[in-house]
Design a protein around this ligand. Sequence first.
Ligand SMILES: Cc1ncc(C[n+]2csc(CCOP(=O)(O)OP(=O)(O)O)c2C)c(N)n1
Ligand SMILES: [Mg+2]
Length: 327
Amino acid sequence: MKNRFSKEEVVRLYVNLVRTRALDKVMTEGLVGGRVGGHWTSQFGQEAVGVGSCTFLRKDDYILYGHRGHGITTAIPKGLPPEALIGEHYGRMIGGCCGVGFFREFDPDLGIVGLSGTLGGNFVVAAGLGIGAKMRGKGQVVICTEGDGTYGRGTFHECALMSANWKLPIIWGIENNQYMIYSHVSELYPKDNLADLAFGYGIPGIVVDGQDVVAVAEAYATAVERARAGEGPTVIESKTYRIEPHVFGMSDLKGWTPRPQEEIDAWRKRDPIKLLQERLLKEKVLSAADIERIEREAKDEMEKAERIAGESLPPEPEILDRSLYAE
Ligand SMILES: Cc1ncc(C[n+]2csc(CCOP(=O)(O)OP(=O)(O)O)c2C)c(N)n1
Ligand SMILES: [Mg+2]
């Protein structure tokens, strides 16, 4: 495995893949069990995109993300405590989170800016953070991850132009999972590679295998170096696939017909955890016992986080007022 990362760093990527999948399981089971309010948009099978992009960031870098997986694959590697995320969806008050669910997995101290329910709203926030980062001159970067559908919003194109002209330290991350609710990506875009959108703005546009966490991490590391050096933004399109329906448990259609089972099965074979696991075992970086231990530790961590969330108190109404409206 020839890449810029040490064995320990590749193992860190692997551990984060396993941790985010374990958290996804807690959340889907919580939804089915009636503990999670609202809904859950599982990121199962797409973990390498977020994990590869955010595992090696600095604490003072910023991340913004879309609704897919409610940001767990980027926010957990960035340092969000899992109990805060779970508590958010259980309607509990933990740390900076206030239990309103969905919109507020937000922690300014960790550079986790969170998601915008109005998809595409985050592009504008990312541009503003990019301007701030550039003015401070400390080499901070902004990683803005959104889905393929969301990158069709006009807000992206305005912000892409601004980021190019002003050489803002932003990485525009396209998590192309082939679908936006029921529609296939080919119904929205005239070209196969969404990264090509970048070239009109004079921004590098990179396509990467979104099932290969090391390849994703390489692409982002190169773009981050470029951004920290003041050379401006990069668009990175990670090709992946949404295994679960748009929202966990809802009907799963392509247009008005079911998605082809062979399509889902083919992508399941390219599971990011399985792919890296095979490589690490083959190269004797990890043993079967290590794999088992990593899985057990991730499961224990997320179950403990779930217990903490379950035992926490719901927020007082006054706290909700303070949290929702900035003074
Ligand atoms: C501005 C806006 N339009 C529509 C929606 C409804 N909506 C929620 S998710 C979604 C699909 C987004 O697709 P994509 O960006 O590819 O993300 P994915 O669900 O595939 O992760 C839509 C249209 C929304 N939340 N915000
Ligand atoms: Mg999509």
